[in-house]
Design a protein. Structure first.
Length: 236
């Protein structure tokens, strides 16, 4: 049975993909690189800041040395914090979803966002205490669709003192994701994956490997998880 739930962040709990695009575009323009919203959704969404900047620079035939990309990440972080403090939107049902699920399952977050961004939004929702572990962009070397981030979240939950999860298996973890790269990442880590159609349609999410798709967080309840995955777990 499912014993732990791991959330993606941007596009699942926080409605800030348009804000991230605007900040990526702004910083890239200073480097002489222009990306469209279609470019972002087709090529870069799902990557962390480093992955996005490196890919966009490489696609434009420009250098992407580490020091340069580090400076771009720092500039974007400052601008994101300025804009998020005024315009950050939380998906309807997100605080309630975290509260409800945390009563039944240990929760973790695996995101390509920076940790201060995640902490800020969780505190804004009043739900920081619902999340046991966080894996953020600073901790991983390989961004989604690589499974590293989800594997790290799994290991953190297994090692969490007081949970008694030393024997937790990847197949006992359920991930909720909005991006195709995120679904691939979760499945690559050996976990179950639910897509939420905030960013991509249900067909695309299923094609990426999602075991099920929902269209609103208010559907993602402990009872839904128990009913949906009971049969799947017995036949896996």
């Amino acid at each position: 049975m499912i014993r732990a739930v791991i959330f993606d962040f941007n596009g699942v709990l926080i409605d800030d993909e348009s804000l991230h695009f605007a900040m990526f575009r702004e910083v890239l323009l200073h480097e002489g690189v222009s990306i469209t919203e279609n470019d972002y959704h087709e090529r870069y969404l799902g990557l962390d800041d480093r992955g996005c900047f490196e890919a966009a620079l490489n696609d434009a035939g420009k250098s992407a040395e580490r020091a340069k990309v580090d400076a771009m990440i720092a500039r974007k972080a400052v601008r994101y914090a300025e804009e998020a403090s005024k315009f950050l939107k939380i998906f309807p049902g997100a605080p309630e979803c975290l509260a409800s699920l945390s009563e039944r399952f240990p929760l973790a977050i695996n995101s390509g966002a920076l940790r201060p961004e995640i902490e800020f939004a969780l505190h804004l929702m009043g739900r920081r205490d619902c999340v046991r572990e966080i894996v953020s962009a600073e901790e991983v070397e390989r961004c989604k669709p690589d499974p590293q981030g989800y594997s790290m979240a799994f290991e953190k939950l297994r090692a969490r003192e007081g949970l008694g999860f030393e024997n937790l298996a990847p197949g006992e973890c359920l991930v909720i994701e909005d991006s195709l790269a995120g679904i691939e990442s979760a499945k690559g880590a050996g976990m179950w994956a639910v897509g939420i159609s905030n960013t991509y349609d249900a067909e695309g999410l299923r094609s990426a490997g999602a075991d099920d798709v929902i269209d609103h967080l208010n559907l993602f309840t402990p009872d839904w998880i128990a009913s949906r995955f009971k049969a799947s777990m017995s036949s896996r």
